[in-house]
Design a protein around this ligand. Structure first.
Ligand code: 13P
Length: 254
């Protein structure tokens, strides 16, 4: 991390866990984290949990995030949630293009781009996820894959918009598997992501973007990962559902 130029962010991705009543209780149990000043904390929760979590976190610095949004403002899109709906509930962040959405819900680089642009236009901060599969890593094409995902995700964005995005590097083979990328491997890709942004937008814009690592991050490996110069925090799945582990990860980002 490098706090001179960009924010450190620790975001929990609860995925499809916790009912609204459970979410309210669990979010309240994280309120002691309100005293943390060095890191921005976000809880990306299921859409239906947002009102309960917002209420629980009222008057705190902890931000609420969503896990997806639609790219249209409104209309005949049964089952979808729009950016204005999220904004109306004081949501600040939205995860876009998580590998689970790409894998199970047909999300493509094109929809990722449209959603990220819609989020920015509507005043949300997109957390754009990229990452390679095990096969791609084994084939030695990680950088090509990441470069293409980044390039397509940020298509048509202005430099001012790039300053408002966060990128999450989540190698698919590390998600929910207990297999974490080594700090060196994760840094190599995050550094490459920054270099890619630099090639399009220049050094000043590139150094202002927070790049997070995600994939089996826990209280044991968090510090070594976040000490890397281009890793500005974490996007945490499983460990964000345990108050002690999530708190320890936030503390490791000091
Ligand atoms: P895990 O931390 O459970 O591996 O999940 C990571 C993730 O997908 C965060 O978005």
């Amino acid at each position: 991390m490098d706090r001179r130029y960009r924010k450190t962010i620790v975001a929990g991705n609860w995925k499809m866990n916790l009912t609204p009543s459970e979410a309210k209780k669990f979010a309240a149990s994280l309120l002691p984290l309100n005293s943390v000043k060095y890191t921005h904390i976000a809880l990306c929760v299921p859409a239906i949990d947002i009102p309960a979590v917002t209420k629980a976190l009222k008057n705190s610095h902890l931000a609420v995030g969503a896990q997806n949004c639609h790219f249209e403002e409104k209309g005949a899109f049964t089952g979808e949630v729009s950016v204005p709906m999220l904004r109306d509930l004081n949501v600040k962040y939205v995860i876009i293009g998580h590998s689970e959405r790409r894998q199970y819900f047909g999300e493509t680089d094109e929809t990722v781009n449209k959603k990220a642009l819609a989020a920015l236009a509507g005043g949300l901060r997109p957390i754009i996820c990229v990452g390679e599969t095990q096969e791609q890593r084994d084939a030695g094409v990680t950088e090509e894959v990441i470069k293409l995902q980044i390039k397509l995700a940020i298509k048509d964005m202005t430099p001012a918009q790039i300053r408002r995005i966060t990128v999450a590097y989540e190698p698919i083979w590390a998600i929910g598997t207990g297999k974490t990328a080594t700090p060196e491997d994760a840094e190599a890709v995050c550094k490459f992501i920054r270099a890619t942004l630099r090639s399009f937008f220049g050094a000043r814009v590139a150094r202002s973007v927070s790049i997070l690592y995600g994939g089996s991050m826990n209280e044991k490996n968090a510090k070594a990962l976040m000490q890397q110069p281009d890793i500005d925090g974490g996007l945490i799945g499983g460990a964000s559902l345990k108050a002690d582990a999530f708190t320890a990860i936030v503390e490791a980002s000091k």
